[in-house]
Design a binder for this molecule. Sequence first.
Ligand SMILES: C[S@@+](CC[C@H](N)C(=O)[O-])C[C@H]1O[C@@H](n2cnc3c(N)ncnc32)[C@H](O)[C@@H]1O
Length: 252
Amino acid sequence: MKKVKDKPHYGYYALPIMTGLSALIILAGILVFLFAMQIIGIIILAFGVYLVASYGISIHFMRQDRAEDVSEILKLAGNENVLDVGCGLGKLTNGIAKQLNDGKVIGIDIWDKMEIPGNSAEKAYENAAIEGVRDKVEFSFGNVLDIPFPDTSFDLVASSSVLNNLNSIDEKLNALEEIYRVTKPGGRFLLVEPLRNLRGFFTFTPFAFWMLLKKDDWIRLLQQSNFEVHDYLYRYGVGWFVVERSISAKSV
Ligand SMILES: C[S@@+](CC[C@H](N)C(=O)[O-])C[C@H]1O[C@@H](n2cnc3c(N)ncnc32)[C@H](O)[C@@H]1O
């Protein structure tokens, strides 16, 4: 009989890439140590060990066995129609669903398995059932660069650790334009992203750290996309931005 899980798990981000990369660097360090220059081998090995340690620390701070607690930053009426873009296994989706009564959250994702092992709608539904919000969520395939919903569909759009991973500033702006398009006038967008700052330097792997943007960079991009910035919260190296598509703002 299949064992029924009693705890959700939201997956370790970039685990396959980090495991492969660290193993390669450590192996290269050993080979260089044995067959070439010992001192260079030790430096390469030390870097490999540093990668493993920094990934371990970032995993510890991810707290992947619980849904995101949004109560501190988002005050919801409970009947909102919500979209979570790049929802993964539903960490933010389920956290928002917990604040709803008759509202609903739709999570869309391209289910990239290199970003999260086992990334799928099935696993996201499994987590939602464990969290007790199965009836308030829906998961389906969808790309944030081409969101499969009509204009002004949602009271709230949310996104956590997705826009940062897009390849360029142009792609980030493209995603923000799409998010703006599907947000109702007067509706909000919650952006959750790890930030490039001193804390991030010690808690994220060097590769992840150099991809991060600073708080002011995100604010600039949000404003450039016509959002009005309302609230900001900083928690465990991560910035939480709550912005609004104003009622009088232009349509796209
Ligand atoms: C680091 S994970 C974060 C998942 C989730 N938001 C969370 O907080 O646990 C990034 C997610 O973004 C998804 N993703 C990447 N590019 C995407 C795109 N263009 N459209 C939609 N989802 C995307 C990946 O498949 C992955 O599930």
